[in-house]
Write a protein that binds this ligand. Structure first.
Ligand SMILES: Cc1ncc(COP(=O)(O)O)c(C=O)c1O
Length: 437
């Protein structure tokens, strides 16, 4: 049976883009290709490539921001350390949902987690001349590698697929023993695979961070969105698991974009552990004239990069965190929508011979959430990605995320209600056209 989208058009658009290795096509390229084909054929695509949140922003945040603007904050520079109310609420939020104590001093607003990781890489890489490399526990968010490139730093990475559980220890030590690692980064839940490193694994990472004196950057862009457990009741277990329980030297990156559907305002909070905040590094002292990590992070690096974070957005995040801390706003209720979508989408893929690539957290099935990963038996990731375009389905190859597995990342954020049937219809034809050996 012919694929649903006109093959001549698809082929000619793909040819125009002249991408030698399709598996390495970027998200932007995939968006451009699928958009162009939609325009030429008038047929809609099921877009799974982009991780754009898109749920309505919470009322409590929007109202607080409008109120702040009406009160005139737009004309005044925000304090570089952050709005005191936000620092207080962020510290309480971390206590309420992770059960960890971080002083408000170390809770600092940033222009999205992106700025948080950029600044963290920057400062961590300057603390000790011998430690000039960032270690990525992959798969991961490709833009962070781009940040390393922009900084001119070095990075190393490995795909954690075969190193879950106790095996993680030896693998990490292979890198840490060399003495050149400044920081370790991973996201939890993971972008792109939605697995979650568990308490035992975080304990390993934390323990090694202390042993080798390495900072851990824990990217909580999808804060508490492991929907297998209800992590949304403040000050009550179960809590979001965190390396903060196991090391003194960590930075938590909490984004406003996904858990609070506030991506457009570009706001997040970094939480620098009390010990790291206060720690003095001679190399920082020599470079900046001040040596404490926290002070360099805020008063040198953030000051130089953006001189603070949008004033009104800080009011929004403070209000949303306050409401969550007080149990008035159940932030996970709204974003559970991603899990409902993932569940339906995965069912359709599985019915049509696809498999989930990162399917387990050791012996537990991965949850449903913002992303999931798929493969088709016998097909390489790039090949599958290219082939699915002929079926009006776009996704990105895992190869661009540092994964060594053959497959694709699918994002649930763009699927529309009427598209589940369309997905089923198109995948049925795909299955017929690609019988398994
Ligand atoms: C793992 C991860 N970290 C960070 C970010 C960026 O977050 P923000 O919008 O707060 O800059 C994303 C966004 O997709 C992400 O997936």
């Amino acid at each position: 049976m012919n694929p649903p989208i006109d093959s001549t058009v698809v082929q000619s658009v793909i040819d125009q883009f002249n991408i030698p290795d399709f598996g390495n096509a970027t998200i932007r390229e995939v968006v451009a290709i699928s958009g162009q084909i939609e325009k030429l054929t008038g047929q809609e695509f099921i877009h799974m490539e982009m991780g754009v949140p898109g749920l309505p922003a919470p009322k409590v945040a929007v109202e607080a921001e409008i109120e702040a603007l009406k009160n005139g904050v737009a004309s005044i520079y925000p304090v570089i350390d952050g709005l005191p109310e936000l620092k207080e609420e962020a510290s309480r939020f971390i206590k309420a949902f992770i059960d960890i104590d971080v002083l408000p001093q170390g809770c600092v607003p940033v222009v999205g987690s992106m700025q948080g990781t950029f600044t963290s890489f920057l400062v961590c890489g300057q603390c000790d001349e011998k430690k000039d490399t960032i270690l990525f526990i992959d798969p991961g968010f490709p833009v962070q590698k781009m940040q390393i490139g922009v900084l001119g730093y070095k990075s190393v990475s490995f795909d954690v697929y075969h190193y879950r559980g106790k095996k993680l220890k030896n693998k990490l030590e292979e890198y840490l023993q060399k003495g050149n690692i400044a920081a370790i980064i991973y996201s939890n839940p993971n972008n792109p695979a939605w697995f979650c490193l568990n308490d035992e694994e975080l304990q390993i990472i934390g323990g090694l961070s202390m042993k080798y004196d390495v900072v851990v950057l824990e990217d909580l862009a999808y804060f508490a969105m492991d929907f297998r457990r209800d992590l949304g009741t403040p000050f009550q277990p179960p809590f979001q698991v965190s390396v903060a329980k196991y090391t003194d030297y960590y930075i938590l990156l909490i984004s406003g974009s996904k858990a609070f559907s506030y991506a457009g305002q570009r706001i997040g909070v970094v939480a620098i552990s009390d010990k790291l905040y206060q720690r003095t590094y001679p190399a920082l002292q020599a470079r900046y004239g001040i040596g404490t990590f926290g002070s360099v992070f805020i008063h040198r690096a953030l000051y130089a990069i953006s001189s603070g974070t949008s004033h009104s957005a800080q009011y929004a995040l403070a209000a949303v965190m306050k409401a969550a801390n007080e149990g008035r706003f159940h932030f996970l209720d709204d974003v559970k929508e991603y899990a409902r979508r993932a569940k339906r989408m995965k069912e359709i893929f599985l019915e049509n011979n696809f498999e989930i690539v990162y399917d387990k957290d050791l012996d537990e099935k991965v949850g449903d959430g913002f992303y999931f990963t798929i493969r088709y038996p016998g097909m390489a990731g790039g090949e599958l990605m290219r082939e699915l375009i002929f079926y009006g389905i776009s996704a990105i190859s895992l190869a661009t995320t540092g994964s060594e597995q053959e497959g694709l990342r699918a994002c649930t954020s763009f699927i529309k209600d009427h598209q589940y049937d369309l997905l089923a219809e198109r995948l049925k034809i795909f299955k017929e056209n690609h019988p398994l050996a």
